[in-house]
Structure formats: structure tokens, C-alpha cells
Design a protein. Structure first.
Lengths: 373, 273
């Protein structure tokens, strides 16, 4: 999807108050047509409120919502070109699967056989062919999810809104549905807006993600950028695992910074690796992801620029991979506190996992570091 | 029920005695209703249906029956309608003074009926209203409403809010979403509320006695006839009919309740029967 395509959803300066509670604090957002967009954040961050505002279930205190270029101010939820998949799925328990899926067609003037064909088509799309006659209450969680999808998609909305649709499923089912949702979205080409508190789910499924904290968008980016260059420590902490080490700024000019990090030494960081979003925080911090450093076997050399000595403090074995908590040599240099960092390594079949207390060497490159000012 | 610890103990005898105490008097009703003797005492004399014939031929009784049915039907429909409004409002919306308002609505349930009856009488006479079955309907609606609301609140509260929103989202209006989704799902509650209100109104004595003016209702009529020993076998016949009617009504209600639960695949958490 190119950047210049007109936005499908546009939120301008959205404000939402519940009494004294400020739920949405100036949301500016533009979601492209055909995009799989996620609103990610902890509970109470306003992501569901934002979704319900887009759906038309909540009115806004200030600002504007545009869908497909049209102001939605006076358009109620039942006339918006959006359909919603609810967290509870909201399957009508007294109706059959087919009646549930056909519900949105009640006001459609098409003849019955044509509608029945549409229902069958929608059911087939979500992999529930032949389930039409079943009672809705007799379905499993995953099947309800599919019925809810079919029911929303049969109306061919411009935007499909999904409110934590996978949170009620077990892990296996959830992972399966994630892939199915991506495929389905590609197949129908409709703009999907997903609300989730599960960062992994957002990374797996989305074209772009808006991370929300306390009614504000903290960062809006593609999954890779979000993961590699989090705009603030809070975002970094929320998405995946991030190691933090205190740093001392030695020199700063033209956007570049030279920092001294106990355990890692002095590094020079270009502007792209510096985040200035946490100005009020306790002090400068260096962050890096567990997989960006490599544990070297004795005698092994590495192409990475730097090497650091460390001692293994803890080993967490996961089968396919292992987490190592390491005490970096010289990490107590700055304030006398020894720090551990977490490194992840893929396990090589048949090779021993080093044990606790072993002195090891760590290879890394300054390019994987992010400085939080 | 066949749990070992209940076996052979005094608990079984206690249960039997309890049930006997509860239901034996009611079983006496049909027994004496079909007994040809005029005195309510053992030994029974012979079989007769005369009392039913006599009952049917009694114009005052027929009038009392018509009045009672009219009152019970009106009061139960009114109480249930108001109950639906109140229950939906209290389960779906937050508004200032909600707890207080709901408390006042539920108050007649615990208020002594004689107080309600007396104060209603004073007010109605004060505004110059003529006492009739209409005034009884007003009184009965008032006392039936808390029961209706209690039942309907449970029905509404167990409903997922998203259901109505989903229907609205799929293009229905707010009203049609309510009619197509909420109403069928709370229907068992509505039927329960109608039945409970009906039975409460049907055997209510104090308010009917105070507010009916010269119009008889079944309870006030039965009370007035108890002074005449000659009439007692006929009252027994009437009682028999009422018991049969209650059982039939409750059975119908229970049938609908169970069917409703089965239809939505819910778990039966006990009803009235």
C-alpha cells in the first residue's frame, strides 16, 4: 500500500471524556485503505474506546472522525460503513448459524435464494461450510469467532473492526486464527482495525501498529520499526524484551551522541539510534534486544564489531532457544551495581548449552543499540 | 438424593413430615369438594359434583371470578411492562440517584400491605376517585412491580450488552435490535414475571378489600362466604378449581422457561418448579 493513497479512516484531534476521566487525549490517526492496522496497549489505555468511537458506539467530546473521506459526526453506528467483531463475539444465541450470518441482510431487498447463497459463501470463506443449520450456542469458541467474522463480512463493510477477537481462544487456536485472519484480510481486501493488548499478536498480524498509553498514541509504526527503534522506553518495554543499561553521555553534537556504557564501553551513536521521547526520565539509558548479541563459543570469532566478557548468571531453556542472563564484566563501574542482561540464542541440535557460572564472550555491534535520552 | 448420609436418619422422616404439613391441607380441598356431605369432617359420605354445579350457578361468584381475572391480567401486564422499562434502565444505564430510585421502587415488596392499602385508599378518596376494580388494578400493579423487576433484572443482567450493539452495528435500529435480540432472550423472564404477578394479584386480599368498593374479588368473596357453613363445600370446590388453575399456569410457565433456556443453550439454574 503506497503512502499517497487516501486514508480510509482519519481521526483528527479526538478527545473523549467520561465525566472527569480523560479517555482519549488528542488522537491523530490516519489508516490507509486495505491496511491491517492494530491498536496496541495495556488495558485502560483507550484503545477499545477509540475502536468504539470509530464504530459509532461512543460519541466524542471534541475532534472529528472521517471514514472514506466522509465526516461521521451525524452518522450512527447502524449506518456507518463499518462492522465489528466483538470480544464476546456477540453471537445471537437464539438463532442458527445461518440466521446469525444473514442477520445484517434483513433490510436487504435481495430475494431469499440469493441471500442464502451469500450466507453459504460467507460461511465457506471462514471455513464453516455446511454449518448453517447448527444452533449458534452449540459452537466452540473458534467456531463462534468465525461466525462473527462471516456475519460482519457479509455486509462488505469498508472497515472491519475487531475488538480483542482472539483473547478468548487458547494458545494453539489463537495462533491458527492469527494466520487465518491475515489470509482472510488479504483475500477480501477490506481495511481491518484490530484492538489487542498482546504485542506478539499485533506484530504477527499488522501492517502498522499504533501503541497507546493513557489515551495517547505513543508510537505509530510498522512492526519491524516498532521493534527495532522504539520511540520511548515505555514502548520498548511493552513490545518484546528489551535490556536497559544506564549510560553516561560524553559528547553530543549534530544529533549524534557518544555514550559510555558500563560493561559495553564507549559507543558513538547516530541520530537514528537516539530516542528523545523520555526527556523527563531518570537519566540516559541504553537499550538492546536479547537476540542482537551473540554468545561466542571458546575459540569462535565473530564478524560483529565488539566483544565483551560476561559470566552466565542464569540459563532458561526453551527447547528451540535458550535465554541467558549474563553479568557483564565491568557493569558495576558506574554506580557499583552489577547488572544482568538477557541474551537469547537459538539452540543448535546436539550442542551443549553452557552452564551457570561459565565465563563467556559476547559479540555485538553498536548498530543494535538504542539510546533513550 | 440417594446420598448415604441421608439414609435411615431422622432427616428423612423430618422431610416427609414437612411435605405432609405443607401439602396435606391442600389435598383436603378436592377431597371435600367431591364429598356429598355438607359438613367438612371425616368420614366422607359419597361422591358428588353438586358443589361445582352450585358454584357455576352462583352469579356473585362468577362476578368475583371475572373481576379477579380482569384485575390479575391487567395488573400482571402493567407490572411486567413497567418492570421491563425499570429493569432495562437499571441494568444498562448509570444515572444519578439510581440506587435510591430502585430502592424506592422495590420498597412495596417489604412494606406491610395494609399500610399500602390504607395510604392508597386515603389518596384515592382524596382525589375523588371512585372505588372500582380499576383502583384495585392500580394497587396490585404497585405491589406486583417489585417482583416483576426482581425477575426481569436477573434476565436483563445475564444478557451480553454486545448482543444489542451487534444487531445495531449490523444495520438494525435501536428498537428493532431490542425487539429482535433482547426481547426473545428475556422472554422467559417476562413470562415468569407475568405469572408471578398474576398469582400475587389473584389471591391478594387486603388491597382488594380496601379498594374494590362494592365489587367482589375471589379472595374477598371467599372470605365473606366463610361465615355461612352451608357455603363451605362450594368454597372447597372453588379452591379445587383455583389449585388446578395454578398448577396448570405454573406448568405452562415452566415449560416456556425451559424451552427458552434450551433454545439458547444456557444452563438451567433452577426456576419456580
Amino acid at each position: 500500500m503506497s503512502d499517497d493513497s487516501s486514508p480510509m479512516i482519519e481521526c483528527r484531534e479526538l478527545q473523549k471524556y467520561y465525566g472527569d476521566y480523560h479517555a482519549l487525549r488528542g488522537i491523530d490517526l490516519s489508516i490507509r485503505e486495505g491496511e491491517f492496522f492494530s491498536l496496541l496497549g495495556p488495558s485502560g489505555c483507550g484503545k477499545t474506546t477509540l475502536l468504539r468511537v470509530i464504530a459509532g458506539f461512543e460519541d466524542i467530546s471534541a475532534g472529528a472522525v472521517l471514514i472514506d473521506g466522509r465526516h461521521m459526526e451525524d452518522v450512527p453506528a447502524n449506518r456507518r460503513p463499518t462492522n465489528m467483531v466483538f470480544q464476546s463475539y456477540a453471537i445471537f444465541p437464539h438463532l442458527s448459524v445461518a440466521e446469525n450470518v444473514a442477520f445484517g441482510l434483513r433490510r436487504d431487498p435481495r430475494p431469499k435464494p440469493e441471500k442464502a447463497a451469500m450466507v453459504e459463501e460467507a460461511l465457506e470463506m471462514v471455513g464453516l461450510r455446511g454449518y448453517g443449520g447448527r444452533a449458534a450456542h452449540a459452537l466452540s469458541g473458534g467456531q463462534r469467532q468465525r461466525v462473527a467474522l462471516a456475519r460482519a463480512l457479509i455486509l462488505k463493510p469498508k472497515v472491519l473492526l475487531l475488538d480483542e477477537p482472539l483473547s478468548a481462544l487458547d494458545r494453539k487456536m489463537r495462533e491458527q486464527m492469527q494466520v487465518e485472519l491475515i489470509k482472510l484480510q488479504r483475500q477480501v481486501g477490506i481495511t481491518f482495525v484490530l484492538v489487542t493488548h498482546d504485542q506478539e499478536e499485533a506484530l504477527v498480524m499488522s501492517d502498522r501498529i499504533a501503541v497507546m498509553f493513557e489515551g495517547e498514541i505513543a508510537q505509530l509504526d510498522e512492526p519491524e520499526a516498532l521493534y527495532a527503534r522504539p520511540a520511548s522506553r515505555r514502548v520498548a518495554d511493552f513490545i518484546g524484551v528489551m535490556n536497559f543499561l544506564p549510560a553516561r553521555i560524553l559528547d553530543e553534537a549534530d544529533g549524534r551522541a557518544t555514550a559510555d556504557i558500563p560493561g559495553l564501553g564507549v559507543v558513538d551513536l547516530p541520530e537514528g539510534q537516539i530516542s528523545r521521547a523520555d526527556a523527563d526520565d531518570s537519566g540516559p539509558m541504553i537499550g538492546f534486544r536479547p537476540e542482537t548479541m551473540t554468545l561466542l563459543r571458546p575459540g569462535q570469532t565473530s564478524q560483529q564489531a565488539r566483544e565483551t566478557g560476561a559470566v552466565i548468571d542464569e540459563v532458561v531453556y526453551y527447547g528451540d532457544m535458550t535465554y541467558y542472563d549474563l553479568r557483564l564484566d565491568g557493569s558495576a563501574r558506574l554506580d557499583g551495581k552489577a547488572r544482568t542482561v538477557r541474551i537469547s540464542m537459538r539452540n543448535v541440535f546436539g550442542r551443549d548449552v553452557p552452564c551457570v557460572g561459565t565465563a563467556v564472550r559476547l559479540a555485538w555491534s553498536p548498530g543494535s543499540l538504542v539510546l533513550f535520552r | 438424593m440417594s446420598a448415604g448420609r441421608f439414609q435411615g436418619g431422622g432427616l428423612r422422616a423430618y422431610t416427609l413430615f414437612y411435605l405432609l404439613f405443607l401439602y396435606a391441607p391442600i389435598l383436603l380441598l378436592p377431597l371435600f369438594a367431591f364429598n356429598s356431605g355438607t359438613i367438612i369432617a371425616f368420614p366422607l359420605k359419597g361422591f358428588t359434583t353438586d358443589w361445582f354445579v352450585q358454584m357455576w350457578g352462583n352469579a356473585t361468584l362468577r362476578r368475583a371470578l371475572t373481576n379477579s381475572l380482569t384485575i390479575a391480567m391487567s395488573a400482571s401486564v402493567l407490572a411486567t411492562c413497567f418492570g421491563i422499562f425499570a429493569a432495562r434502565a437499571s441494568t444498562r444505564f448509570e444515572f444519578p440517584g439510581k440506587t435510591g430510585i430502585m430502592g424506592f421502587i422495590m420498597l412495596p415488596m417489604v412494606l406491610p400491605e395494609i399500610i399500602v392499602a390504607m395510604s392508597l385508599l386515603v389518596v384515592l378518596l382524596g382525589v375523588g376517585a371512585e372505588l372500582s376494580i380499576l383502583t384495585v388494578i392500580i394497587g396490585h400493579t404497585l405491589i406486583c412491580m417489585p417482583y416483576g423487576i426482581a425477575i426481569l433484572s436477573t434476565a436483563f443482567a445475564s444478557l451480553d450488552r454486545s448482543l444489542e450493539e451487534a444487531a445495531y452495528d449490523l444495520g438494525e435500529t435501536k428498537w428493532s435490535a431490542f425487539r429482535l435480540i433482547t426481547l426473545p432472550l428475556v422472554m422467559p423472564g417476562i413470562i415468569s414475571s407475568l405469572l408471578i404477578s398474576f398469582t400475587i394479584s389473584l389471591d391478594e386480599f387486603i388491597i382488594a378489600f380496601f379498594l374494590a368498593g362494592n365489587e367482589p374479588t375471589l379472595p374477598t368473596y371467599i372470605f365473606s362466604q366463610l361465615r355461612f357453613p352451608k357455603q363451605i363445600p362450594m368454597i372447597m370446590a372453588l379452591g379445587t378449581v383455583l389449585v388446578a388453575l395454578s398448577i396448570i399456569l405454573l406448568a405452562i410457565g415452566e415449560y416456556f422457561r425451559r424451552r427458552g433456556i434450551a433454545r439458547i443453550g444456557g444452563k438451567d439454574s433452577g426456576g419456580f418448579l
